[in-house]
Ligand binder design. Structure first.
Ligand code: UDP
Length: 194
């Protein structure tokens, strides 16, 4: 099977390289994509919170964020090739976006962290098109942000709102978009800019 189910959560069996390649194919085809990078905390939370589990069911792909998930796969007699974390994927996706002149929207973190992240991206990956940016402290009810992301025609939307906010935000808004790879990456902007 292409998936390993851990407590009801289907993890994709792919190396990071294979998975990044799959995302590039989906970007090339303008296929809208919702990616969850799930750690043991997320799996446990999905057992307790049916609304959160429903959101995970909307994801196109769930990757193993952390060695705990890879080990759990081994314990149930299956295997995942390696951990595929949000931060590592963000770095891979930036390299490819730079090569291919892709458009990225940066969503999340405190304003200074966001600004420093965007500044470093422009410096290190000069061919990346910054399609837009928004800090992680905004009104979820205001339709302005989804509109802005829609109009930005972003190929990639990095959603750094932390768990479980980023999954709830993507799951609750994905129907408003017609393209873009939306990926929850937790505290990655803090790490990148720190
Ligand atoms: N964050 C955000 N909006 C919020 C709460 C948090 O953008 O309403 C950001 C926070 O600034 C940090 C990231 O989400 O960049 C991860 O936050 P936290 O460490 O609280 O989450 P976790 O590590 O549990 O995913």
């Amino acid at each position: 099977s292409k998936f390993v189910h851990i407590l009801g959560v289907p993890f994709i069996k792919a190396t990071r390289r294979e998975f990044i390649e799959k995302l590039q194919q989906r970007i090339a085809q303008n296929d809208k994509t919702f990616v969850v990078t799930a750690n043991p905390e997320i799996v446990m939370h999905s057992l307790q919170d049916p609304a959160y589990k429903k959101i995970l069911d909307k994801a196109n792909y769930i990757t193993a964020d952390g060695i705990g998930i890879v080990k759990a796969a081994g314990l149930i007699g299956d295997s995942l090739p390696e951990r595929v974390s949000g931060y590592d994927m963000m770095l891979d996706l930036l390299v490819l976006a730079n090569e291919k002149h892709q458009r990225i929207f940066f969503l999340g973190a405190a304003e200074p962290v966001l600004q420093e992240t965007v500044r470093l991206v422009k410096e290190r990956y000069p061919n990346v098109i910054v399609a837009g940016q928004q800090n992680g402290f905004f009104d979820w009810e205001d339709p302005e942000l989804p509109q802005r992301i829609r109009q930005s025609q972003a190929d990639l939307v990095f959603v750094a709102l932390g768990f479980p906010r980023q999954e709830l935000w993507i799951g609750g808004n994905i129907d408003k978009f017609d393209k873009g790879v939306f990926i929850g990456i937790g505290g990655s902007f803090d790490v990148f800019s720190g």
